[in-house]
Design a binder for this molecule. Structure first.
Ligand code: X2X
Length: 341
């Protein structure tokens, strides 16, 4: 079969007509060896819009570079936990990685600022800030740590609280609750301010930590609760909307600088365009998934955010973080969301 196709192609090329040449052209493109094979790692399931849009983006990049650039996607923490992969992108073991700014804050402290508790009221405010001054400030801090952050941050979403024990209706319901949080000082600090017992666990271990009841609950946007099937091991979902979280699309600095200008421009263009589409997908999912998840057995409630914000204020949470981030970063945040501390 292979031999016959070869003969046919040779025959077609030898034919020399315009029609035959155009039929043969795509084969030549496909046969060309990629000059750059870059790995892109992320922590989310294949079904999440992040990976759906990344697959489209990789195909578009391959096509526009005529096969010279091959982006290989490794979803579901296949190359290691977020903590491991952050080390790998710094060393060049992987070339691209999408990471929550809050987890990135273990390296770049300012990167967690968009996750400040109950700061952002809606997506309009989020994108204005993250595509504007606040995002530019964070990207500059990331650059100082020798990582490149693409211009458009991808959406994770507004985070909701799920548990196997009881719904969260008031801040007091958090008291003593064993809650998984991602590895990041801001998350631990915030849930300590609610008198919960936060445990730092990377996302690749969350499903089993919930299943074996190492923790009672966790918090994530609905798109993740759905695509990672966390509803299978949780009973309640409280729409706490307690923070907005996004994924910086990071590149290893050397790998990025090694690309010729034209290739770098094509790759950046498609990554940023895919990010914008992913934002749309996730926002739509987060707005529409409640019904679907309720049908799968999750019991929903929607608490009033005001007492949660008051509790954080009374615990000195905002004042503490304002002094950690410093005046410049804090004023950029408050310029977008209003006065917090
Ligand atoms: O670890 C999580 O919970 C996740 C998937 O939302 C992040 O990447 C922060």
């Amino acid at each position: 079969m292979k031999a016959r196709m070869k003969v046919t192609r040779r025959h077609m090329l030898a034919g020399g007509s315009i029609l035959l040449a155009s039929v043969a052209a795509p084969r030549i493109v496909r046969a060309q060896q990629a000059q750059w094979v870059y790995k892109y790692a992320n922590n989310l399931p294949e079904a999440h819009p992040m990976n759906v849009r990344a697959r489209e983006m990789a195909a578009a990049i391959k096509q526009e570079t005529n096969g010279r650039f091959d982006l290989q996607i490794f979803p579901s923490s296949q190359l290691g936990s977020d903590t491991d992969t952050l080390s790998q992108i710094r060393s060049g073991g992987v070339e691209f990685f999408t990471l929550s700014g809050l987890i990135l804050s273990t390296l770049v402290p300012a990167a967690s600022i968009n996750g400040m508790g109950f700061a952002f009221a809606d997506y309009d405010t989020v994108w204005k800030a993250m595509d504007g001054d606040l995002g530019a400030y964070i990207r500059a801090q990331i650059a100082k740590a020798n990582l490149i952050a693409m211009e458009k941050i991808w959406d994770n979403g507004f985070r909701q609280t799920t548990t196997s024990t009881k719904p969260v209706a008031t801040p007091d319901d958090f008291r003593g609750m064993k809650l998984r949080v991602p590895p990041s000082p801001l998350w631990t600090s915030m849930f300590k301010a609610f008198d919960a017992s936060p445990a730092s666990i990377n996302f690749n271990e969350v499903y089993s930590a919930l299943q074996t009841k190492i923790v009672d609950g966790q918090e994530n946007p609905l798109a993740i609760i759905s695509t990672a099937k966390l509803y299978e091991v949780q009973k309640y979902c409280s729409l706490t909307n307690h923070m907005w979280d996004g994924f910086w699309f990071l590149a290893n600095q050397r790998a990025w600088q090694n690309l010729p200008d034209d290739v770098r421009t094509i790759v950046a263009k498609h990554i940023n365009a895919a990010g914008l589409k992913e934002r749309d997908d996730v926002a739509k999912l987060n707005a529409s998934l409640q019904q679907d998840l309720a049908a799968k057995g999750l019991i929903f409630n929607r608490p009033d955010p005001a007492p949660f914000r008051s509790k954080l204020r009374a615990a000195g949470f905002y004042t503490e973080w304002k002094s950690k981030y410093g005046e410049e970063a804090w004023s950029l945040l408050e310029k977008s969301v209003g006065k917090l501390a």
